[in-house]
Design a protein around this ligand. Structure first.
Ligand code: ADP
Length: 486
């Protein structure tokens, strides 16, 4: 059956429609997926930004504590004495008290080089040689010789800013660790500033990512919308095509049925007239009636083809399969064509196995295919041309080929001639009669037998039309038994 027929067009439209109908839930899924991805991305970015702020504040605190320690040593050269618990002059105490003037430092402590607390800047009572409060963090710095900083939340602690840093710094004198200085710095404002900066950068990044996602998302959404609209259009035209196809089939069927009865009667009457049983016709009258009878035959053929095709189209052409000897079927058909076919002095030849070749087929329908191929071969051959028919069995199938020495068919046309109502020469002035349905019907019949039909042809040299049918009969014994019956 034709691939571009209205019915098939309907079928392909159904497929496209099916695909497109699944587009809507898929697009919803994609939107939900994109949204979830966007939210996850935002959470991850916020977490990364917060960790980066924390790190930045710690780095800043550590750097400023270092600066403070250098400043403190330059301002209080007796820091080593203080850490060792040696007595300090009264004027030097004043210098220590003023050390908190360094930006951000609100408290500091001095430990001895072995981690014993010696001095607390805002609690003079806590000073003294015998405090002996060991601090694990200070001890850690004593053993590693490396500074240590942490940023702490002071909101639930008394006398603490909301956010502060606690830094332990080893103090060296001539390469020897002489003290550990612990500084407390208010990081509240600094952190707020850093957060603002990161928030700005983060917002800019999110905006860019959002834009980067939004633009293709809009594109995809528009594409799906277009597909949906096209799908609706397609469904409408599919319904229209199906309705028009149905109306066309019904029209063909009705007209053909209505034509067949009067046509049979006309043809019968003309045949009787030609036979001369009723009346002796004069020469010209005889020719006129013969021409009318010939045209009535052509019309009859057309009506039969149309009816067959309508049955095939609606799946009503029944195949009554039985074991059939294809060799004798071919021989019989060739004999009929030789006797009653167009008189172009065509030479018909049958090649191949002379023995019976059995296949499980509908003999009437396969005979119809053979008739169509052989009469086409004769029709498109020059006067005196040759039509060679061969039949061969191989690997569970039988191949029948009909070769001619006619006009041949171009490669482009070979792909079209099996479609209904297709003729290579479809002009009004064409030389040969025909409906353009014979090959389409033959193809449908062969396909109904799970077979294959095709053509090999070269323009100006001729054509070989062939069909391959599965034998469809089990064992050789079964075939032999069936042969007897056949
Ligand atoms: P038609 O009734 O026109 O013969 P068919 O379906 O049998 O319809 O064939 C379709 C067309 O294929 C023909 O009109 C002709 O153009 C081409 N064709 C079929 N058989 C042959 C052949 N043996 N040689 C050349 N052309 C052929």
């Amino acid at each position: 059956m034709s691939d571009t027929s209205a019915l098939d067009l309907g079928k392909s439209a159904v497929v496209i429609g099916d695909k497109a109908s699944s587009v809507r839930p898929r697009s919803k899924l994609m939107v939900a997926g994109s949204l979830a991805f966007f939210i996850l991305l935002m959470i991850a970015t916020l977490r990364i930004a917060s960790a980066l702020v924390h790190q930045a504040v710690e780095r800043d605190a550590s750097r400023r504590s270092l600066e403070w320690a250098e400043f403190a040593i330059s301002q209080a050269p007796h820091i080593a004495n203080l850490a060792e618990g040696l007595p300090i002059k009264t004027e030097d105490w004043e210098t220590f008290k003023n050390l908190t003037d360094f930006a951000g430092v609100f408290r500091f402590k001095i430990f001895s080089a072995d981690g014993v607390l010696r001095y607390v800047s805002d609690d003079f009572n806590a000073t003294g040689e015998d405090l002996g409060k060991h601090n694990p963090l200070a001890s850690g710095v004593v053993s590693s010789g490396q500074p240590f900083t942490s940023v702490e939340d002071g909101r639930n602690k008394p006398n603490r800013p909301n956010l502060y840093s606690e830094t332990y710094l080893p103090v060296f004198d001539n390469g020897r660790m002489v003290a550990i200085a612990e500084t407390y710095m208010d990081q509240t404002n600094k952190t707020a500033a850093v957060r603002r900066e990161y928030a700005f950068v983060g917002a800019a990044m999110m905006g860019m990512i959002g834009l980067a996602l939004l633009i293709p998302s809009i594109g995809i959404w528009l594409m799906f919308r277009r597909i949906n609209l096209k799908n609706i259009e397609l469904k409408k035209s599919q319904t229209r095509a199906q309705a028009s196809d149905k109306a066309k089939s019904e029209f063909i069927s009705t007209v053909s049925h209505e034509l067949r009865t009067p046509l049979t009667s006309i043809k019968g009457s003309l045949d009787i007239l030609i036979s001369g049983k009723i009346i002796d016709l004069s020469g010209p009258a005889q020719r006129l009636v013969a021409m009318a009878a010939k045209n009535a035959s052509i019309l009859n053929l057309l009506v039969n083809d149309l009816l067959d095709f309508e049955k095939l189209d609606t799946g009503n052409l029944e195949m009554i399969k039985r074991p059939t000897d294809l060799t004798s079927l071919l021989r019989d058909e060739l004999e009929i064509l030789e006797t009653y076919g167009p008189h172009q002095h065509i030479e018909y030849r049958l090649f191949g196995d002379d023995s019976a070749l059995l296949a499980n087929v509908d003999p009437d329908r396969i005979a119809q295919v053979i008739r169509n191929l052989v009469s086409n071969a004769a029709k498109f051959s020059p006067v005196g041309g040759k039509v060679e028919v061969s039949v061969q069995q191989s690997d569970g199938s039988i191949r029948v080929a009909v070769g001619d020495t006619g006009c041949g068919i171009s490669e482009a046309d070979q792909g079209m001639i099996f479609e209904r109502f297709t003729q290579v020469d479809s002009t009004n002035t064409r030389k040969h009669n025909g409906t353009g349905l014979g090959l389409a019907i033959s193809k449908a019949i062969i396909q109904a037998h799970d077979g294959e039909i095709g053509v090999i042809s070269a323009v100006g040299e001729g054509s070989v039309f062939y069909f391959i049918l599965p034998i469809g009969i089990g064992s050789d014994n079964e075939a032999a038994g069936l042969l007897k019956v056949a």
